[in-house]
Design a protein around this ligand. Structure first.
Ligand code: GDP
Length: 348
């Protein structure tokens, strides 16, 4: 199972900067709406320190982490579902993702224009109070307004779904085939607030933002800091972030939130040839877990030899775990647990 996350948000909220930081893929980032014309795709390893520990223990040749795929979807603007901005092409890209990461600007920076300001410059009087003569209204609209920005994007997603529904209804008259349509608004969303350094450690402000999107999960990152960490080692990154009072980088935060929202967990396989992490649904049985490795493993499943990662680390080797009676043989109905280290027995 490959976790696929679609990144959406208004222009200039920091999507490309974050995508760069998340993938180090060198996506275009510039102070200009629509800098990200083509959706960028990046696949990165899910951070998992347990794999390094196991690799040492088993003197492993290869570490294979679980992966997460990011699709950076260019600026969604009011009217996108009708073809303004970049239109339906990129909505199709969101449809392929299991989860949406909605990036919301919550940082103040007078040098970075906001979406409303560019609308004011381009002049769109009908939906743009800032273009009026009232300086007070203009000022209010120019201020960073996360709630307003979130509403624009969510309305666009709803409109896109409505249009899809209309298309299906029209088609059904001729053709009654029951195709499965993944509606955008049915997808789980994680809100990623791009905040300044001060807000990163301001629990009151964060609680306010969190409240805007409940019950969805909120994560807080500073895209600029994340960008500055490109090229640093993991240890350097952590030290750098800690100096700002942060314990985890954006990738770690986002992946954790995505696993939680989607009800995912991982299990591990370890040996001389490779140490590997696999992603499965919580509640998956042993044969289902085996099936993520190979469908033959599920079909020919006999049993799973399982120990707990913490036991393995505490006792230092598979042999010691066996001697302590902590290696279990589990059958078809066993429900997998986070951190199970597994060897499947199967018959093909
Ligand atoms: P996108 O249009 O959503 O992809 O936005 P970009 O990632 O291209 O960012 C737009 C502008 O905002 C760029 O000039 C970035 O350097 C700047 N920017 C992004 N994140 C931050 C941040 O956290 N703080 C500040 N001050 N500027 C940021």
């Amino acid at each position: 199972m490959n976790l696929k996350i679609g990144i959406v948000g208004l222009p200039n909220v920091g999507k490309s900067t974050l995508f760069n930081a998340l993938t180090n893929a060198g996506a275009l980032s510039a102070n200009y709406p629509f800098a990200t014309i083509e959706p960028n795709v990046g696949i990165v390893p899910v951070p998992d320190e347990r794999l390094d520990v196991l690799a040492k223990m088993y003197d492993t040749e290869k570490i294979v982490p679980a992966t997460v795929e990011f699709v950076d979807i260019a600026g969604l603007v009011a009217g996108a579902s009708k073809g303004e901005g970049l239109g339906n092409k990129f909505l199709a890209h969101i449809r392929e993702c299991q989860i949406i990461c909605h990036v919301v600007r919550a940082f103040e920076d007078k040098d970075v224009v906001s979406y409303e300001e560019t609308k004011a410059e381009n002049g769109a009087p009908e939906n743009n109070p800032a273009s009026g003569d009232n300086p007070i209204i203009a000022q209010a609209v120019k201020k960073v307004n996360p709630k307003h920005d979130i509403d624009i994007i969510n309305t666009e997603l709803e409109l896109a779904d409505l249009e899809t529904k209309e298309k299906i209804a029209a088609k059904r008259k001729k053709d009654a085939s029951d195709e499965h349509v993944p509606f955008l608004t049915e997808k789980p969303v994680i809100y990623m607030f791009n905040v300044d350094e001060k807000t990163l450690v301001d629990d009151t402000k964060k609680a306010e933002l969190r409240k805007l999107v409940e019950p969805a999960q909120a994560v807080f990152v500073n895209a600029k800091l994340e960008e500055e960490m490109a090229g640093m080692t993991k240890a350097e990154k952590m030290e750098f972030l800690e100096s700002y009072g942060v314990k985890e980088d954006a990738l770690g935060e986002l992946v954790k939130a995505a696993y939680k929202t989607l009800g995912l967990q991982s299990f591990l396989t370890a040996g001389k040839k490779e140490c590997r992490a696999w992603t499965i649904k919580k509640g998956a049985t042993a044969p289902e877990a085996a099936g993520t490795i190979h469908t033959d493993f599920e079909r020919g499943f006999i049993a799973a030899q399982i120990c707990n990662y913490d036991d393995l680390v505490k006792l230092g080797s598979e042999k010691a775990v066996k001697e302590a009676g902590l290696m279990r043989t589990e059958g078809k109905t066993y429900v997998m647990r986070e951190g199970d280290v597994v060897e499947f027995k199967f018959n093909v």
